[in-house]
Design a protein around this ligand. Structure first.
Ligand code: PHE
Length: 346
């Protein structure tokens, strides 16, 4: 029996040397010290021995059991330690490394131009308001004297929204200009009105260097008693000079928009050549920056403003165009192609 115990001990310790994980270790424990384990079986037989042998062999068996238990405990803690160590090894980070720089970003050139334009007008007492981009046909057209069949109705290539009213008409669209906001404001308020209305507009366009299907406009409207064309001119002169420089010359020429009468196009002398004529101004010396005019009496009547009492002026301009002129950008598509090489310059 003594020999048997010694063999068990040697075998057990040798086997332990080849074990590398906890499942194997548990199998090893059961094999030697489990209920039916090698060592347990020897201990069970002790009762059958004469008392003298029982003492000696019992002591030896218990001694071996303790040794194996010690080995087991030692092994367990070694495995635990190496697991932690290898984990630490794998997940090691150098906390002293400098962090990734956070790019602060910047405002889009359109946003910059839009804010600049609007702040010039807010400083003159205009109030910043916005209207919906998906608009009723009525506000985009009829309310502004643009009727079906009228050539001006086709002037804008419209993106219709797939939405029908009871009459089976398609009465909603992506607004083609910011002018419908004029109507919305006048319907809700009584004169005096002085508002600046920036926002996105949409057109069904074959895009090219000067046409995008989405772009920004800034619309302006002033209605009060005794507003005259002189107020329109004075306001837009002041605006053009604040935005493009004190020395700018401004030109007003007749133009047609159904919702104003008279209507004008406003140009500034060319930024590039100072009016001599160059590529930027197509050799005319002038660059058109906006459309404007005196609010049409029918438009006023439609919102219940008495044109005998009130008069007003309105204007609208393309924001990207302003930015293009100032920075010499020659393709409007650059604004929305999300190319950082372009955007980072502003
Ligand atoms: N809404 C016109 C356009 O998009 C611009 C405009 C606004 C003209 C206000 C006159 C008065 O072309």
């Amino acid at each position: 029996m003594i020999d048997r115990l010694k063999v068990i001990k040697v075998e057990a310790i040798a086997e332990l040397g080849g074990i590398s994980d906890l499942t194997e270790l548990e199998r090893w424990r059961i094999h030697y010290m489990g209920k039916k384990g090698q060592l347990t079986q020897v201990l069970r037989q002790l009762g059958d021995l004469p008392p003298e042998d029982r003492r000696i062999i019992g002591a030896l068996a218990n001694e071996i059991k303790r040794q194996l238990e010690d080995e087991l405990a030692g092994f367990k803690s070694r495995i635990a330690r190496t697991t932690v160590e290898s984990k630490l090894e794998k997940e090691w980070i150098d906390v002293t490394l400098p962090g990734y720089p956070v790019s602060p970003g910047r405002l889009h050139p359109t946003t910059q131009a839009l804010r600049e334009v609007c702040s010039i007008f807010t400083s003159m007492g205009f109030q910043w308001v916005e209207g919906p981009e998906v608009e009723w046909e009525y506000y985009n057209f009829e309310a502004l004297n643009i009727f079906k069949g009228h050539p001006a109705y086709d002037m804008w290539d419209t993106l219709w929204v797939d939405f029908y009213n009871e009459k089976g008409e398609m009465p909603m669209l992506l607004r083609t200009h910011t002018s419908p906001v004029q109507i919305r404001i006048m319907e809700k308020t009584r004169p005096p009105v002085r508002v600046i209305m920036p926002g996105k507009v949409y057109r069904y366009e074959a895009t090219d260097a000067t046409h995008e299907s989405m772009f920004y406009q800034v619309e302006g409207l002033a209605v009060d008693k005794d507003i005259t064309f002189a107020d329109l001119k004075g306001t837009l002169y002041e605006f053009a000079r604040r935005l493009f420089g004190e020395e700018r010359r401004v030109r007003f020429r007749c133009d047609y928009f159904p919702f104003v009468e008279p209507g004008v196009e406003v140009s500034i002398d060319c930024l590039a050549c100072g009016g001599v004529g160059c590529r930027l101004c197509s050799n005319t010396g002038w660059i058109e920056i906006l459309g404007a005019g005196m609010v049409h009496p029918d438009v006023l009547r439609r919102v219940d403003y008495d044109p005998e009492v009130y008069s007003g002026f309105a204007f609208g301009m393309g924001v990207e165009r302003i930015s293009m002129l100032r920075y010499g950008i020659d393709d409007i598509r650059l604004f929305y192609s999300n190319d950082l090489r372009f955007l980072n310059q502003f």
